[in-house]
Write a protein that binds this ligand. Structure first.
Ligand code: URP
Ligand code: ZN
Ligand code: ZN
Length: 480
């Protein structure tokens, strides 16, 4: 049945205006003033913003990691995402050396199908480059629509790939139209620092942060940026936490490298002192890269404001405090890395960003949805509000004050790292392809309604300025 959203303030990455939105067969068919339609369900959005549904470019749902499996799967995770105003997630499909890529992708399809309540896609991890991988990659990218590849520069002996693998992945990505993503930390150095700490009896959660200094996140970011330049390819740096990494990205962008950066709410809001909480509570705040000293937060906010960083992902990777995080009691290196944020990403960025004057409301939409849609081949089907696009929409009440808490969140995990944070603004109604998923703050969706979305190949035009600058200033580096 048609739906008509009336009287809302429509906000995109570029505009803000009063208007009505007509939805038919899951897509937006008209936007205008005083629209009428006899047989439509009317949704009154007076006094509310109508935003494009959030796109979370970085989630780990139902993922085995650190000797356990994330507490949220595709059903609980995407349901919580919807409550929080997110209508599409791109999850990381892990792969195993020596196994076909197609097998890993099939495993991820099985995890998501019948469970997801909103649309989803996958990034594909590249652990090695060999003849089999080279043979499979073109079809993965161009036929399966998995147009982003992930390389880990850390987690030695688990996920870490070497520089040769990263470089060859960059070359293949350029050839076939994919965006390469990196977890940028120096895994070899970290492994040594961890062994030194444990030898010295330093076992508490704070040593997780102290053995992963920001300098080596910056070093790995700079290395990846330079390899991208050499390969004349394209790079997206996930979960940027610190000044050193921002500097490397900025410097590379200024040289004309096609490079993008993401940060996460935890790095914008929480600092290293959280890892010092007594009674092992610091384990709740173990992410890699780690939380940093507070001054890095201002650097990250400023980088979002000035466009040096372009997106905010949740890096949703939830583990219960009791029964999962406590695997690392007596040895910080065994604490499963990651935390829950899929539900709060959207509202925290609105409240702390727009509400506190750090970013504009149009920048908010760009960071939370539009930029990811462009970089990951979804725009303009998703990531904006336009005739012909999917009706993935969030009706958002900017006046509601609330406190984030495990008592009220919908994630399947026994703590919330933002517990007690007072924020302003809340998604009230959320639609995915024109169907209500959240209606007046109640879940009305259904597991399995979310669909896998094949994405378009990476186009450098998404990068605009950076690529044209490179072509005019440097003439580009030849592909070798
Ligand atoms: N970030 C984190 O600590 N856990 C999730 C895996 C990753 O993104 O590195
Ligand atoms: Zn990572
Ligand atoms: Zn991650």
């Amino acid at each position: 049945m048609a739906k008509l959203i009336k009287n809302g303030t429509i906000v995109t990455a570029t505009d803000q205006y009063q208007g009505d939105i007509l939805i038919e067969n899951g897509v937006i068919t008209q936007i205008g003033l005083n629209l009428t339609r006899k047989d439509a369900v009317i949704v009154d959005a007076k006094g509310k913003y109508v935003f494009p549904g959030g796109i979370d470019p970085h989630t780990h749902l139902d993922m085995p990691f650190g000797g356990t499996v994330t507490a949220d799967n595709f059903e609980t995770g995407t349901r919580a995402a919807a409550f929080g105003g997110t209508t599409m997630v791109i999850d990381f499909c892990l792969t195993n050396k020596g196994k076909p890529l197609s097998q890993s992708v099939e495993t991820w399809h099985q995890k998501a199908a019948g469970k997801a309540v909103i649309d989803y896609s996958f990034h594909l991890m590249i652990a090695e480059i060999n003849d089999e991988v080279l043979a499979e990659l073109p079809a993965m990218i161009q036929e399966e629509g998995i147009t982003s590849l992930k390389v880990f520069m850390a987690y030695k002996n688990v996920f870490q790939a070497d520089d040769g693998t990263l470089y060859r992945t960059l070359l293949e990505a350029k050839k076939h139209g994919a965006l390469v993503m990196v977890h940028a930390e120096n895994g070899d150095v970290i492994e040594y620092l961890i062994s030194q700490a444990l030898e010295a009896g330093q076992t508490d959660p704070i040593y997780h942060a102290l053995t992963r200094p920001s300098l080596i996140e910056g070093e790995a970011t700079g290395r990846a940026a330079k390899l991208t330049d050499l390969a004349n390819s394209q790079l997206y740096v996930v979960h940027v936490t610190c000044e050193e990494a921002v500097q490397q990205i900025t410097e590379a962008r200024n040289r004309g490298v096609d490079i993008w950066g993401e940060t996460c709410p935890q790095y914008l809001m929480l600092d290293q002192t959280y890892l010092e909480k007594p009674d092992f509570e610091g384990a709740k705040y173990v992410w890699s890269p780690p939380l940093r000293p507070k001054f890095h937060q201002d650097v990250l906010w400023n980088a979002l404001k000035t466009g040096q960083l372009q997106t905010v992902g949740s890096d949703q990777c939830s583990f219960n405090f009791i029964g999962q995080k406590d695997l690392g009691l007596g040895d910080f290196s065994k604490i499963p890395n990651g935390g829950p944020c899929i539900e709060d990403r959207f509202s925290i960025l609105y409240s702390e960003g727009v509400g506190k004057g750090r970013i504009t409301i149009n920048q908010f939409v760009d960071i939370i949805a539009t930029r990811s849609a462009k970089l990951f081949g979804l725009f303009p089907k998703k990531g904006t509000i336009a005739v012909g696009g999917d009706a993935d929409l969030v009706i958002f009440d900017p006046t509601v004050k609330r406190t984030i808490s495990v008592e009220t969140h919908h994630m399947n995990v026994d703590y919330n790292p933002f517990e007690g944070l007072e924020i302003k603004g809340e998604p009230v109604t959320v639609l995915s392809r024109g169907e209500f998923v959240i209606l007046d703050k109640q879940f009305v969706g259904e597991a399995g309604n979310g669909q896998f979305v094949k994405r378009r190949t990476y186009v450098s035009s998404a990068s605009g300025e950076a690529v044209s600058k490179k072509e005019t200033i440097r003439g580009g580096v030849p592909n070798v």
